[in-house]
Design a protein around this ligand. Structure first.
Ligand SMILES: Cc1cc2nc3c(=O)[nH]c(=O)nc-3n(C[C@H](O)[C@H](O)[C@H](O)COP(=O)(O)OP(=O)(O)OC[C@H]3O[C@@H](n4cnc5c(N)ncnc54)[C@H](O)[C@@H]3O)c2cc1C
Ligand code: FES
Length: 278
Protein backbone atom coordinates (compact mmCIF):
# COMPACT_ATOMS: atom_id res chain seq x y z
CA UNK A 1 0.00 0.00 0.00
CA UNK A 2 1.44 3.38 -0.99
CA UNK A 3 0.42 6.72 0.48
CA UNK A 4 -2.08 8.75 -1.56
CA UNK A 5 -0.44 12.13 -2.13
CA UNK A 6 -3.77 13.70 -3.19
CA UNK A 7 -5.74 12.81 -0.07
CA UNK A 8 -4.82 13.28 3.57
CA UNK A 9 -4.33 10.07 5.53
CA UNK A 10 -5.50 10.15 9.12
CA UNK A 11 -2.76 10.10 11.73
CA UNK A 12 -2.67 10.37 15.52
CA UNK A 13 -0.39 12.55 17.63
CA UNK A 14 1.73 10.22 19.79
CA UNK A 15 3.95 12.79 21.49
CA UNK A 16 4.31 16.58 21.68
CA UNK A 17 7.74 17.96 22.59
CA UNK A 18 7.96 21.72 23.17
CA UNK A 19 11.21 22.96 21.59
CA UNK A 20 11.05 26.74 22.02
CA UNK A 21 8.35 29.17 23.21
CA UNK A 22 6.65 29.09 19.77
CA UNK A 23 7.86 25.78 18.29
CA UNK A 24 7.01 22.16 19.09
CA UNK A 25 7.80 18.74 17.70
CA UNK A 26 4.82 16.52 16.87
CA UNK A 27 5.47 12.79 16.70
CA UNK A 28 2.68 11.18 14.70
CA UNK A 29 1.76 7.76 13.31
CA UNK A 30 -0.76 6.76 10.67
CA UNK A 31 -3.92 5.12 11.95
CA UNK A 32 -3.84 2.54 9.14
CA UNK A 33 -1.30 -0.12 10.22
CA UNK A 34 -0.54 -1.02 6.58
CA UNK A 35 0.29 2.59 5.74
CA UNK A 36 2.37 2.87 8.93
CA UNK A 37 4.48 -0.05 7.65
CA UNK A 38 4.70 0.98 4.01
CA UNK A 39 5.03 4.80 4.17
CA UNK A 40 8.35 5.50 2.44
CA UNK A 41 10.05 8.86 2.18
CA UNK A 42 13.48 10.40 1.67
CA UNK A 43 15.23 12.98 3.89
CA UNK A 44 14.23 16.48 2.78
CA UNK A 45 10.70 15.63 1.65
CA UNK A 46 7.70 17.37 3.17
CA UNK A 47 4.03 16.70 3.86
CA UNK A 48 0.88 18.81 3.88
CA UNK A 49 -0.49 18.62 7.41
CA UNK A 50 -4.19 19.31 7.82
CA UNK A 51 -6.40 20.25 10.71
CA UNK A 52 -9.97 19.42 9.85
CA UNK A 53 -12.12 22.49 9.40
CA UNK A 54 -9.08 24.80 9.42
CA UNK A 55 -6.80 24.00 6.47
CA UNK A 56 -3.48 22.47 5.56
CA UNK A 57 0.10 23.69 5.30
CA UNK A 58 3.44 22.28 4.12
CA UNK A 59 5.84 21.09 6.86
CA UNK A 60 9.17 19.31 6.33
CA UNK A 61 9.52 15.78 7.67
CA UNK A 62 12.06 16.29 10.43
CA UNK A 63 12.80 12.63 11.15
CA UNK A 64 14.87 10.25 9.03
CA UNK A 65 13.38 7.20 7.29
CA UNK A 66 16.12 5.22 9.04
CA UNK A 67 14.31 5.90 12.37
CA UNK A 68 11.36 3.61 11.69
CA UNK A 69 7.74 3.83 12.79
CA UNK A 70 6.94 7.40 13.72
CA UNK A 71 7.07 10.64 11.77
CA UNK A 72 8.26 13.88 13.34
CA UNK A 73 7.33 17.43 12.38
CA UNK A 74 8.76 20.52 14.04
CA UNK A 75 6.25 23.38 13.73
CA UNK A 76 6.52 27.08 14.55
CA UNK A 77 3.17 28.72 15.27
CA UNK A 78 2.91 31.66 12.84
CA UNK A 79 -0.69 31.71 11.61
CA UNK A 80 -4.01 29.95 11.09
CA UNK A 81 -2.98 26.33 10.46
CA UNK A 82 0.24 26.26 12.47
CA UNK A 83 -1.60 27.80 15.46
CA UNK A 84 -4.22 25.04 15.15
CA UNK A 85 -1.42 22.44 14.98
CA UNK A 86 -0.12 23.89 18.24
CA UNK A 87 -3.47 23.15 19.89
CA UNK A 88 -3.02 19.41 19.21
CA UNK A 89 -2.52 17.12 22.16
CA UNK A 90 -1.50 13.49 22.41
CA UNK A 91 -4.30 11.33 20.95
CA UNK A 92 -5.66 14.07 18.63
CA UNK A 93 -6.09 13.43 14.90
CA UNK A 94 -4.62 15.29 11.94
CA UNK A 95 -4.32 14.66 8.19
CA UNK A 96 -0.96 13.94 6.55
CA UNK A 97 -0.64 14.18 2.76
CA UNK A 98 2.69 13.13 1.34
CA UNK A 99 5.52 12.49 1.02
CA UNK A 100 5.91 15.46 -1.33
CA UNK A 101 8.74 17.11 -3.23
CA UNK A 102 12.28 16.03 -3.97
CA UNK A 103 14.86 15.19 -1.31
CA UNK A 104 18.37 15.93 -0.13
CA UNK A 105 20.86 13.97 -2.28
CA UNK A 106 21.99 10.88 -0.36
CA UNK A 107 23.78 8.71 -2.94
CA UNK A 108 25.54 11.52 -4.84
CA UNK A 109 27.26 12.65 -1.63
CA UNK A 110 28.62 9.24 -0.61
CA UNK A 111 32.29 9.42 0.34
CA UNK A 112 32.12 13.22 0.73
CA UNK A 113 32.74 15.25 3.85
CA UNK A 114 29.52 16.99 4.90
CA UNK A 115 28.93 20.41 6.42
CA UNK A 116 25.51 21.26 7.86
CA UNK A 117 24.73 24.91 8.65
CA UNK A 118 21.39 25.58 10.32
CA UNK A 119 19.73 28.64 11.79
CA UNK A 120 16.79 28.56 14.21
CA UNK A 121 13.95 26.44 12.90
CA UNK A 122 16.04 25.70 9.78
CA UNK A 123 17.61 22.79 11.67
CA UNK A 124 14.65 20.34 11.48
CA UNK A 125 14.84 19.79 7.68
CA UNK A 126 18.63 19.33 7.99
CA UNK A 127 18.16 16.98 10.95
CA UNK A 128 16.37 14.48 8.70
CA UNK A 129 19.57 14.18 6.63
CA UNK A 130 21.90 14.39 9.67
CA UNK A 131 20.11 11.42 11.27
CA UNK A 132 20.22 9.55 7.96
CA UNK A 133 23.98 10.14 7.63
CA UNK A 134 24.65 9.14 11.26
CA UNK A 135 22.65 5.92 10.67
CA UNK A 136 24.70 5.16 7.53
CA UNK A 137 27.99 6.47 8.91
CA UNK A 138 30.33 4.32 6.79
CA UNK A 139 28.94 5.75 3.52
CA UNK A 140 30.02 9.33 4.33
CA UNK A 141 33.19 11.17 5.34
CA UNK A 142 33.66 13.72 8.13
CA UNK A 143 30.55 15.44 9.51
CA UNK A 144 30.55 19.05 10.69
CA UNK A 145 27.46 20.73 12.14
CA UNK A 146 27.21 24.49 12.68
CA UNK A 147 24.00 25.68 14.33
CA UNK A 148 22.80 29.02 15.64
CA UNK A 149 19.64 30.54 17.10
CA UNK A 150 18.58 33.94 18.43
CA UNK A 151 18.90 32.87 22.08
CA UNK A 152 19.56 29.67 24.10
CA UNK A 153 15.76 29.22 24.42
CA UNK A 154 15.40 29.33 20.62
CA UNK A 155 17.67 26.31 20.03
CA UNK A 156 15.60 23.31 18.90
CA UNK A 157 16.43 19.67 19.80
CA UNK A 158 18.41 20.72 22.88
CA UNK A 159 18.96 17.09 24.03
CA UNK A 160 19.95 15.88 20.57
CA UNK A 161 22.42 18.78 20.19
CA UNK A 162 24.22 17.47 23.30
CA UNK A 163 24.30 13.97 21.80
CA UNK A 164 25.82 15.33 18.56
CA UNK A 165 28.36 17.32 20.58
CA UNK A 166 29.45 14.12 22.36
CA UNK A 167 29.80 12.03 19.19
CA UNK A 168 33.50 11.42 18.48
CA UNK A 169 32.97 11.49 14.71
CA UNK A 170 30.97 14.74 14.58
CA UNK A 171 32.53 18.21 14.74
CA UNK A 172 29.76 20.23 16.35
CA UNK A 173 29.59 24.01 16.82
CA UNK A 174 26.73 26.05 18.29
CA UNK A 175 26.23 29.78 18.76
CA UNK A 176 23.46 32.16 19.83
CA UNK A 177 22.92 35.78 18.75
CA UNK A 178 22.55 36.85 22.39
CA UNK A 179 23.46 34.75 25.44
CA UNK A 180 22.00 34.79 28.96
CA UNK A 181 22.84 33.51 32.47
CA UNK A 182 22.36 29.89 31.36
CA UNK A 183 24.74 30.17 28.39
CA UNK A 184 28.50 29.79 28.47
CA UNK A 185 28.93 28.93 24.78
CA UNK A 186 29.70 31.03 21.70
CA UNK A 187 27.81 34.26 21.04
CA UNK A 188 27.43 35.79 17.57
CA UNK A 189 25.66 35.39 14.25
CA UNK A 190 26.09 32.19 12.23
CA UNK A 191 27.91 33.63 9.14
CA UNK A 192 30.89 35.19 11.04
CA UNK A 193 30.94 32.15 13.37
CA UNK A 194 31.24 29.95 10.27
CA UNK A 195 34.04 32.13 8.91
CA UNK A 196 35.97 31.69 12.19
CA UNK A 197 35.58 27.88 11.96
CA UNK A 198 36.74 28.17 8.34
CA UNK A 199 35.75 24.65 7.16
CA UNK A 200 37.83 23.54 4.18
CA UNK A 201 35.89 23.10 0.90
CA UNK A 202 37.99 20.10 -0.18
CA UNK A 203 35.79 17.08 -1.02
CA UNK A 204 32.94 18.73 0.88
CA UNK A 205 29.24 19.41 0.31
CA UNK A 206 27.51 22.09 2.41
CA UNK A 207 23.81 21.96 3.34
CA UNK A 208 22.16 25.05 4.75
CA UNK A 209 18.71 26.03 5.96
CA UNK A 210 17.56 28.98 8.04
CA UNK A 211 16.23 32.52 7.74
CA UNK A 212 16.79 34.02 4.23
CA UNK A 213 19.29 36.64 5.50
CA UNK A 214 21.35 33.92 7.22
CA UNK A 215 21.37 31.78 4.08
CA UNK A 216 22.44 34.76 1.93
CA UNK A 217 25.38 35.60 4.21
CA UNK A 218 26.32 31.94 4.77
CA UNK A 219 26.47 31.36 1.01
CA UNK A 220 28.65 34.47 0.57
CA UNK A 221 30.96 33.18 3.32
CA UNK A 222 31.13 29.70 1.75
CA UNK A 223 31.93 31.19 -1.65
CA UNK A 224 34.73 33.27 -0.11
CA UNK A 225 36.10 30.04 1.37
CA UNK A 226 36.15 28.46 -2.09
CA UNK A 227 32.96 26.35 -2.14
CA UNK A 228 31.44 25.83 -5.61
CA UNK A 229 27.74 26.71 -6.06
CA UNK A 230 27.04 23.07 -7.02
CA UNK A 231 28.29 21.99 -3.59
CA UNK A 232 26.01 24.34 -1.61
CA UNK A 233 22.52 22.90 -1.20
CA UNK A 234 19.45 24.41 0.45
CA UNK A 235 15.73 23.84 0.81
CA UNK A 236 13.25 26.59 -0.08
CA UNK A 237 10.07 27.58 1.72
CA UNK A 238 7.30 29.27 -0.20
CA UNK A 239 3.55 29.61 -0.04
CA UNK A 240 1.95 26.48 -1.47
CA UNK A 241 -1.51 25.13 -2.12
CA UNK A 242 -1.66 21.73 -3.85
CA UNK A 243 1.91 20.57 -3.13
CA UNK A 244 1.90 18.37 -6.23
CA UNK A 245 2.71 20.70 -9.16
CA UNK A 246 -0.90 21.35 -10.28
CA UNK A 247 -2.06 24.76 -9.03
CA UNK A 248 0.87 26.96 -10.11
CA UNK A 249 1.00 28.67 -6.71
CA UNK A 250 4.69 28.02 -6.02
CA UNK A 251 6.51 28.52 -9.30
CA UNK A 252 9.86 30.24 -9.79
CA UNK A 253 10.83 30.44 -13.47
CA UNK A 254 9.74 27.14 -15.00
CA UNK A 255 10.11 25.22 -11.70
CA UNK A 256 7.53 24.38 -9.09
CA UNK A 257 9.06 24.41 -5.61
CA UNK A 258 6.63 21.72 -4.43
CA UNK A 259 7.45 19.29 -7.24
CA UNK A 260 10.95 20.18 -8.54
CA UNK A 261 12.11 21.25 -5.05
CA UNK A 262 12.13 22.17 -2.26
CA UNK A 263 15.81 21.05 -2.35
CA UNK A 264 18.06 22.93 -4.81
CA UNK A 265 21.79 23.57 -5.21
CA UNK A 266 22.90 27.17 -5.57
CA UNK A 267 24.12 26.29 -9.07
CA UNK A 268 20.49 25.41 -9.95
CA UNK A 269 19.05 28.45 -8.16
CA UNK A 270 21.35 30.85 -10.01
CA UNK A 271 20.06 29.50 -13.33
CA UNK A 272 16.37 30.10 -12.43
CA UNK A 273 15.25 33.75 -12.89
CA UNK A 274 13.98 35.20 -9.57
CA UNK A 275 14.89 32.13 -7.52
CA UNK A 276 17.31 33.94 -5.23
CA UNK A 277 14.61 36.45 -4.26
CA UNK A 278 12.45 33.63 -2.73
C1 LIG B 1 8.47 22.82 1.79
C2 LIG B 1 8.14 23.58 3.06
C3 LIG B 1 8.55 23.06 4.27
C4 LIG B 1 8.23 23.75 5.45
N1 LIG B 1 8.64 23.21 6.64
C5 LIG B 1 8.30 23.83 7.78
C6 LIG B 1 8.67 23.23 9.03
O1 LIG B 1 9.32 22.17 9.10
N2 LIG B 1 8.26 23.87 10.16
C7 LIG B 1 7.54 25.04 10.14
O2 LIG B 1 7.20 25.56 11.21
N3 LIG B 1 7.21 25.64 8.96
C8 LIG B 1 7.56 25.04 7.80
N4 LIG B 1 7.19 25.63 6.60
C9 LIG B 1 6.47 26.91 6.63
C10 LIG B 1 4.96 26.66 6.88
O3 LIG B 1 4.41 25.98 5.77
C11 LIG B 1 4.24 27.99 7.06
O4 LIG B 1 4.65 28.59 8.26
C12 LIG B 1 2.73 27.73 7.10
O5 LIG B 1 2.27 27.39 5.81
C13 LIG B 1 2.00 28.95 7.60
O6 LIG B 1 0.61 28.63 7.54
P1 LIG B 1 -0.42 29.25 8.58
O7 LIG B 1 -1.79 28.90 8.10
O8 LIG B 1 -0.05 28.84 9.97
O9 LIG B 1 -0.11 30.77 8.47
P2 LIG B 1 -0.93 31.89 7.65
O10 LIG B 1 -2.04 32.35 8.51
O11 LIG B 1 -1.25 31.40 6.27
O12 LIG B 1 0.22 32.96 7.50
C14 LIG B 1 0.97 33.44 8.62
C15 LIG B 1 2.28 34.00 8.12
O13 LIG B 1 3.11 32.97 7.53
C16 LIG B 1 3.43 33.30 6.18
N5 LIG B 1 3.42 32.06 5.40
C17 LIG B 1 2.31 31.38 4.99
N6 LIG B 1 2.66 30.28 4.32
C18 LIG B 1 4.01 30.25 4.27
C19 LIG B 1 4.98 29.35 3.74
N7 LIG B 1 4.64 28.26 3.05
N8 LIG B 1 6.27 29.66 3.92
C20 LIG B 1 6.65 30.73 4.60
N9 LIG B 1 5.79 31.61 5.15
C21 LIG B 1 4.49 31.39 4.99
C22 LIG B 1 2.37 34.29 5.75
O14 LIG B 1 2.84 35.16 4.74
C23 LIG B 1 2.13 35.05 7.03
O15 LIG B 1 3.10 36.03 7.27
C24 LIG B 1 7.51 24.98 5.41
C25 LIG B 1 7.10 25.50 4.17
C26 LIG B 1 7.41 24.79 3.01
C27 LIG B 1 6.98 25.35 1.69
S1 FES C 1 1.77 24.27 -4.61
FE1 FES C 1 0.54 23.88 -6.36
S2 FES C 1 2.02 23.87 -7.96
FE2 FES C 1 3.22 23.95 -6.15
Amino acid sequence: MTANIYLPSIATVREVRPETPDTSTYVVSFDDPQLRESFAYEPGQFAELSIFGVGECPIGIASSPTREGLLEFCVRAVGTVTDALHDLEVGDKLGVRGPLGNSWPTTEIEGKDLLFIGGGIGLPPLRSLIQYVLDNRDRYGAVQIVYGARSPQDLVYKEELKEWEDLPDVDFHVTVDAGDDTWDGAVGFVPPFLKDINPSPTNKVAFTCGPPIMIKLVVEALEEMGYADADIITTLEMKMKCGVGKCGRCNIGDKYICRDGPVFSFEELRSIPGALEV
